[in-house]
Design a protein. Sequence first.
Length: 548
Amino acid sequence: MPSTRSQTQAAIDFPRRKHPRTPGGPPGDCKDAPSISSQEKVLPLSPRKRLGGDNLCNVPQSLPCSPTKQSKKENELPSASRRGRCLFFSERPAAGSPGKRNDVVPFPLHKWQETPRSSECSRLSKKTGCMQLFKQEGTCYQQAKSVLHTAVPDQLLAREKEADIIRQFLKKHVCQEKPGSLYVSGAPGTGKTACLSRILQDLQNDLPGSKTIVLNCMSLSSSQAVFPAIAEQLGQQGSSKVAGRDLVRKLEKQLTAEETPMTVLMLDEMDQLDSKGQDVLYTVFEWPWLAGSRLILIGVANALDLTDRILARLQARPKCKPQLLNFPPYTKEQIAAILQERLKQVSGSQLLDSTAIQFCARKVSAVSGDARKALDVCRRAIEIVELDVRSQTVLKPLPGCKSPATAALVSPVPKKVELLHISQVISEVYGDRMALGSGGASDQFPLQQKILVCSLLLLARQLKAKEVTLGKLHEAYSRVCRQQQMAAVAQSECLSLATLLESRGILTLKKAKEARLTKVSLKIEERDVEHALKDGVLVGNILAGGRL
């Protein structure tokens, strides 16, 4: 029995060494491997008793798929291929003899490694060899944003009638040396200041021997500060050290002197000169009617009835009443015409879709008719599209490489601003601040703040004043809460609510020594507030009642 088992074990043959397969040879091609007979060495049955060499563990093997090393010259790519920034990969070698190799080592991309950009770049490199990835340019968008500015334009559209009235007024009073006053009113963004500034610039040569003074009353620290500012423009030195009444007399003396040229005084935001007893406004409006006056006054403000409501004494003196000129809000057709005229200055195709322009014009005209809002909305929408375009890359031909195939791949038409972008800007930029009604973002707007805004709106209508004290506002707010059977907050908490509304950009607070005397006013138009508040059921009922 033992002899039979040994003979059976000797029949099992394990080769000592197996030479690696050559790259070009077929599998199992071992011509140089020595033949080992079973009589030379008998391997043990258990693999654990074998040496590492017997198990082929320590025998150096080369992977069949790894390419052989090539010289530096063979790995160098042509100079034309190095000009582009994308990597070029050659195709697989043609079927042939195993020993032959191409000039470029094949490194094919697997399917999971390929992207649309890489495959497109590889395909173009075979055809032309001169394409490169570039960031898209935004020159056209920058031009569009520059023409949609809110500064004084070279040409004013839809204001020809008002501009003719102002020109005739200036020529009549300056050329004939006749004093007078003109009050220009209108909602914000209706072109009052822009129209006057453009006309004053154009008539510099037509009004010889006259002096023009332009002051924005918003920049003054107080209503009394208007007199030192005018005296400084007239060349009076040290006017800030002179007392109030003495300075007014000096100004009146200079404005009635014969050697003084005809002076055109334009006071923008004139309603900021509101003071106790309206002494400042009365004094300014009476200057043109002094004996021998050389002053032509042009006042600009938003309120239509400022001279009737605030300056009641002027009604008793018809001679001192100014000529009135009102700028109505822009219609949707006028706003669309303004936007299209501005965008004509941009080279290339129309960046804003016509549907988007009409949509913007309808929305803005329905709320306020403010042309500046329409310009801001379009400019913001262009910025959104520009950021999206700049984040993308395009294939363009390299300098000096022009061919019909590459030129057709570069699209010269930029991405347009569509209705979706305009709607996004209107809802984000202007919708959040005005979302005081129900639904959407207004759910985060507290009900007590809504009621406080309603109370301020009703109180301003009743008193016919833009500013009210916090004490009066709290009294009106408490009455509204009692009418609606709701609990009202205390006056200290009312100040906190007003401060939160100020941070939202809805109210303006002018702090005083006592909290009750703090002046509160709406920062946005009453029409916009009413339009946004009437959507809510409770708030709509409060405004519909109209009483405190």
